[in-house]
Design a protein around this ligand. Structure first.
Ligand SMILES: Nc1nc2c(ncn2[C@@H]2O[C@H](COP(=O)(O)OP(=O)(O)OP(=O)(O)O)[C@@H](O)[C@H]2O)c(=O)[nH]1
Ligand SMILES: [Mg+2]
Length: 472
């Protein structure tokens, strides 16, 4: 356990009603009391104003006290504050914690922090409070990661997901998988000394069945949740693609509801790719406008088109945009074919054109692809398109209810566990040495332990906690 006492401003910079300074560690209470003068203390005329309350025990844990913070160098009052002590182990970090609620001006907050540092506190690193909560065993790593997800959540569904994780849903699932592996492992380890037990093919096939059904199947489910539903956390990547001048940038601006992309009647207006975001049905959507694709691009367009392909390769949904005033040309047909393996929504734009000008005919080759008719110019059909985007995204999402969706780090560890478990199954089937099967099961166990943080390496921890802000 770290013996230092750390302090930080926990509220974001900028003007606001109150700002909070948090102190945690064995000296948190002592250090905080050197600068705090509670009202109840001053009421007694015997207590000189500059005297520190000697007995910290006159403060109750988790009770709010009103008073002032003074600069210990010159006894100058810095601010009037509310002050709360949370004694170990009943605090965020499980250490003694003090929170000082002052006015939110950054100068006031910085002055208070500076005095605390003078009196023996150390400046907290990003995420250090949560890191201590993890290192002191109050939360596991999945819960610590959920804290950052809550802070960064861009939508209601991301918050729901992070809340499920904070309350330990993923941790519990991993625990039950681990205990099943440990159970099988202890049976196999015991059989190493009494190999006759494992000569029985029904015993072996029973073990294989348990690994496949109770463990591998469950882990694959979690991985599938990551693949299908991670957009709820990270945002759904949607890219607008099509020939020049079909109205891609106009559509982009309608989706995000502001004039972000340049629109002109000159084909080849958009050359770089432009990214922005909006929310539909609680899903954060990251939308990219791209350069119009055609067969004879100039060198600048060429680069733009290459970048468009990069966005396409990492996208979840493609909005394949065409001009209702033109029939689909061979370049567009060829382009469409290249997206076959992606989720596509065909967007027929410019449907406001007079009927005699509309020459769009839905190509038979487009088959079952969903499409919407819109007018980016007149803002028609945009809500239908947003609904369809959400519907398409949710198509692969399994039933409702509490969602356990691993993040990328956790998914990678789950994949490592699957590889070891698959090797263990193969070992059992081929009647390899039980020692080897045991090694595979142990490494599966280690991969699962990485998820909750029991065996995680320090540099991975640094990586996780560096994503936090200071003061959390
Ligand atoms: N009538 C009509 N015109 C539109 C509509 N949407 C866009 N336009 C016009 O079509 C022209 C091209 O629009 P953009 O949004 O710049 O098209 P783009 O696909 O981004 O074009 P590039 O970036 O050059 O590939 C502009 O003159 C728009 O005003 C629409 O729904 N109806
Ligand atoms: Mg454009």
């Amino acid at each position: 356990m770290d013996n230092s006492t750390i302090a930080a401003i926990s509220t974001p910079p900028g003007n606001g009603g109150i700002g909070i300074i948090k102190i945690s560690g064995p000296k948190a209470i002592d250090i905080a009391l050197t600068v705090f003068r509670p009202k109840f203390w001053r009421k007694n005329p015997e207590n000189a104003y500059n005297k520190v309350p000697e007995n910290a025990h006159c403060f109750k844990s988790r009770r709010l006290y009103y008073g002032h913070i003074v600069d210990t160098k010159n006894d100058r009052i810095i601010d009037e504050v509310l002050f709360v002590i949370m004694r170990a182990p009943y605090s965020y970090t499980t250490e003694d914690v003090v929170e000082i609620q002052s006015h939110a001006g950054i100068l006031v907050l910085k002055s208070i922090l500076t005095i605390l540092i003078h009196n023996g506190a150390q400046l907290a690193e990003p995420g250090e409070f949560t890191r201590r909560a993890f290192l002191n065993g109050r939360i596991d790593l999945t819960q610590a990661e959920a804290v950052i997800d809550i802070i960064n959540a861009k939508s209601g569904s991301a918050i729901d997901m992070a809340m499920a994780q904070i309350s330990g849903a993923l941790k519990k699932t991993i625990e039950s998988l681990r205990s099943e592996i440990i159970d099988i492992l202890s049976f196999i380890d015991a059989s190493i000394d009494f190999p006759d037990d494992l000569d029985d093919t029904t015993v072996v096939s029973g073990l294989v069945k348990r690994i496949e059904e109770n463990i591998i199947f469950q882990i694959k489910n979690l991985i599938r949740h990551y693949e299908n539903e991670n957009f709820l956390r990270e945002g759904l990547k949607v890219v607008i693609v099509g020939g020049p001048n079909v109205g891609k940038s106009s559509l982009m601006n309608r989706l995000i509801n502001r004039e972000r992309s340049i629109v002109t009647d000159i084909p080849g207006t958009t050359r770089d790719f432009i990214e922005d975001s909006f929310i539909t049905k609680g899903i954060p959507v990251i939308v990219t406008d791209t350069a119009g694709m055609h067969d004879n691009p100039d060198p600048v367009e060429r680069i733009g088109i290459d970048k468009a392909w990069e966005s396409i390769s990492t996208s979840d949904i493609i909005l394949f945009t065409v001009d209702a005033g033109k029939s689909v040309n061979p370049t567009e047909m060829a382009l469409f074919e290249k997206f076959r393996n992606k989720k596509i929504i065909a967007v027929i734009n410019k449907t406001d054109l007079p009927e005699e000008k509309i020459s769009f005919n839905r190509p038979t080759e487009w088959g079952e692809v969903q499409y919407v008719e819109i007018s980016a110019l007149y803002n028609h059909g945009i809500d239908d398109l947003k609904d369809l985007i959400a519907k398409t995204a949710f198509e692969s999402v399994s039933g409702m209810g509490q969602k356990i969706i691993p993040n990328l780090r956790q998914k990678n560890a789950l994949e490592k566990a699957i590889a070891s478990l698959t090797a263990a199954v193969a070992g059992l089937r081929q009647a390899s040495l039980f020692e080897l099967v045991s090694i595979d099961l142990k490494s599966a166990l280690a991969s699962l332990s990485e998820i909750v943080g029991d065996t995680v390496k320090p540099d991975i921890l640094d990586n996780i906690f560096n994503r936090f802000c200071i003061g959390k």
